[in-house]
Design a protein. Sequence first.
Length: 198
Amino acid sequence: MNHFPPRIRQLIDDFDMLSGIGPKHAARLAFQILSDKARGKRFADDLNEALASVTLCRECQTIAENSLCEICGDKKRDQSVICVVAHIQDVEPLERTGKHAGTYHILHGMVSPLEGITPDHLTIKALLDRVKKNKVSEVILALDVTSEGEATMLYLTKILKDLGVNVSKLARGIPMGSNIEYTDEVTLSSAFEDRKKM
């Protein structure tokens, strides 16, 4: 792709850096945007507006347009139950199950010593602050079924139990190595209903 002009190569590189997008897919996206100037301009405007207006929810650390996201700002949600997930995109499949009436907390990753990610790199302090402030009775750990997810669950279980909080995790209908984001609704719903106390 070195035969493309520098600005096009840069655009392709920008798409390529996104998770799950390889060089060929990045090139297709770049050419699609550039082939329709009106669509490309609209995309650039939408991206700039999102970058200017989107922030992190002060409670759960998900993306929001205000200081509170829609879920944390919903008075009907049970503030005493928090479901902890690794990534922002993990919330949507859990919401589709309709099994969780509480709020969420996004860690923005998982403990991974091999990648140099320690608990200090995650939003664990914000979680602990919420647990103390909101008199949380249960924390549900809905993390990927991977070695990183297990390590993160063990770490969180210990510190949360020291605070006197009930800790549970999703039941094992989810196969080892699976990501919450890609697990089907029926499996997630069953795993949520049959969650295990830790």
